[in-house]
Design a protein around this ligand. Structure first.
Ligand code: ATP
Ligand code: MG
Length: 572
């Protein structure tokens, strides 16, 4: 492609709307433009990146036996009512009415559509397993669209859905997708890890996320990784062993209400009473689907709201407001406690359940209670893990320690079970002619998020450094002077030879100053650069250099194709 014939509107100035380096670079290098919050237009360079990445995904999906289809973005609300998600998915779902006043939705995922597709059509176990996928636009009215393509309201996803007759067959289908995912990200030049995750709105039990670990501010997810056995889980889901000293030998003592003037936070109370935070239990007040809930974790720990939401099977979960805390407990924020709490469901973490003589809020301003014991002094609706794992915790599977790292979720895999198949009627007759629901899985990859995520790793102070497999072009060809006949002749020859060899070349044929061309080349981030200048051309050579390298090699004009191929082999 000749630069003069394509459209690459690069920008020199910093783009204030972009917090992340990857977002900044995509705007400045002319890959994307914003239309509205979370809605972006993909310009020619971005389109090429999307196509390259999509093709890798497509090839690996096809290799794994998945079949490409395209489902509609519009879907009658009825299907989502059947699955039950119409009431639970919340405001993220874009809804509208058609001219006949029928309720419609714009799909943010396609479990309902695909299950409905095969319901009544797949009738026998002989037609299974089946794996259908698409690469297509999704709509989600994200509460905080941000970071460019990372969290858009309209974005592109690859989503695949498997249907199996039995558990063994499903295990094979799931593993095939996991293997395909590793193959996809490896080919794209991305080193990802697979972590256990919460299945959230999908409603299944087992789920995994594929995470790109990053050192920048882009990691929206916290990942707990064991430094010994390789256990890795999203902190939302992570289990751990707690190392605090065993409190079980203390004898229960009599409860005692104490004044704690001016001490409301854990730090203030521990300071005032001269005790360790592990002697306290925090009682946090929430509102779950409109009802008051108290969640108790040990004073030194934090509540994991995903675990709490799952324990409650709640659709809406939020911290109680100051007024609500006053209403539920009779005391201002900071003094909630379990003793004498009425009409509030109390969930207790196991680390609190094993505490003896704990200190809790007294449900009265400026007061706490000492020597409180579960069962004797208050009852728990349930004892269930509510604690957020943190760095330094012991691994749940070995004696290693958990590190918490920042990651970007680029893909995920869910084991859905039979929920959707039952609700939407995807049933088949097994070998004994018994009717059974299909066992399903669903599998997503962010087609627009992933390339931007790559840029959180692959950049320098001058611009982008694409992994070669998802770069818009492999080679950028730059004659220093377009009014120099020899340079132009060599450029045309090399352009033709590379194109002939099937190599994607961006030929900067603009009549611009060399500095402008080099700056743009660094910004745009094509992995290999060929520079044609008089000095080397005198001896029949051009300069060949990787975007990531400082030094160039001199290569004879006639040998450029082989030299480019050799250099590309050494690049990520
Ligand atoms: P997240 O936790 O980041 O919101 P999710 O769990 O909602 O992701 P899925 O619904 O499983 O993700 O979507 C599959 C993939 O689609 C994700 O792994 C991610 O790569 C991509 N994706 C999800 N939401 C967005 C979005 N708002 N913008 C861009 N890509 C997205
Ligand atoms: Mg989401």
């Amino acid at each position: 492609m000749r630069w003069s014939k394509t459209y690459i509107p690069t920008l020199r100035q910093k783009q204030t709307e972009a917090e992340l380096i990857s977002h900044q670079l995509l705007l400045r290098a002319g890959y994307i433009r914003k239309l509205a919050a979370g809605i972006y237009l993909y310009l020619p360079l971005m389109q090429r990146v999307i196509d390259k990445f999509s093709n890798i995904v497509r090839e690996e999906m096809n290799r794994a036996g998945a079949l490409e289809i395209t489902m509609s973005v519009l879907c009658p609300a009825e299907l989502w009512q059947k699955s039950g998600r119409y009431d639970t998915i919340g405001k993220e779902q874009m809804r509208l009415k058609d001219r006949h006043q029928h309720d419609m939705v714009l799909c943010g995922t396609h479990e309902e559509t695909v299950t409905n597709l095969i319901a009544g059509e797949v009738r026998s176990y002989r037609q299974l397993p089946l794996n259908l996928y698409q690469i297509q636009v999704k709509f989600r009215d994200e509460i905080r669209p941000r970071f460019g393509l990372m969290r858009g309201r309209e974005f592109i996803m690859k989503d695949a859905y498997t249907f199996d007759a039995d558990a063994e067959s499903f295990a094979r289908s799931y593993q095939a997708m996991v293997d395909a995912y590793f193959a996809v990200f490896k080919r794209a030049g991305l080193d990802v890890i697979k972590v256990e995750s919460d299945s959230g709105a999908m409603g299944g039990k087992v789920a995994h996320e594929f995470m790109l670990l990053v050192d920048t501010d882009a990691g929206e997810e916290d990942i707990a990784v064991c430094n010994k056995c390789g256990y890795a889980a999203n902190v939302e889901k992570a289990e751990f062993k707690d190392d605090a000293p065993d409190p079980t030998d203390a004898e229960p003592k009599d409860m005692e209400t104490i004044d704690t003037p001016g001490a409301a936070t854990i730090e203030e109370v521990t300071e005032f009473l001269k005790v360790d935070a592990t002697a306290l239990a925090k009682t946090l007040m929430y509102k779950a689907d409109g009802k008051p809930v108290a969640a108790m974790v040990r004073g030194d720990r934090d509540v994991n709201e995903v675990k709490l939401r799952n324990a409650l099977k709640a659709v809406d979960l939020e911290m109680a407001s100051e007024e609500e805390v006053l209403k539920y407990t009779g005391a201002p924020v900071g003094f909630a406690g379990p003793v004498g709490l009425k009409d509030v469901q109390i969930l207790v973490d196991p680390l609190v359940a094993e505490m003896k003589n704990m200190i809790v809020g007294a449900n009265a301003g400026e007061k706490h209670i000492k020597n409180v014991n579960l069962d004797r002094d208050f009852k728990a609706a349930e004892v269930i893990d509510l604690t957020r794992a943190r760095g330094g915790d012991t691994c749940p599977h070995c004696d290693g320690k958990l590190d918490v790292k920042d990651g970007i979720e680029v893909g995920n895999t869910f084991q859905l079970g039979t929920n959707y198949a039952e609700k939407l009627g995807a049933k088949f007759l097994d070998a004994d002619s018994e009717e059974r629901p299909c066992i399903m899985g669903s599998y997503g990859i962010g087609i627009t998020r992933t390339p931007q995520a790559a840029l959180e790793k692959y950049f320098d102070d001058k611009g982008i450094i694409w992994p070669k497999a998802i770069a818009p072009y492999l080679v950028e060809l730059i004659p220093i002077k377009m009014d120099n006949e020899n340079q132009v002749a060599a450029a045309e020859k090399i352009y033709a030879a590379l194109t002939e060899a099937g190599i994607d070349v961006l030929y900067d044929d603009r009549d611009e100053r060399p500095g402008v061309k080099f700056n743009d080349a660094d910004l745009v981030g094509v992995p290999v650069r060929i520079t044609i200048g008089d000095k080397s051309l005198k001896d029949g050579n051009v300069e060949l250099k990787a975007r990531s390298a400082d030094k160039f090699d001199l290569v004879p004009v006639n040998e450029v194709v082989e030299a480019v191929i050799r250099l590309a082999e050494t690049l990520n």
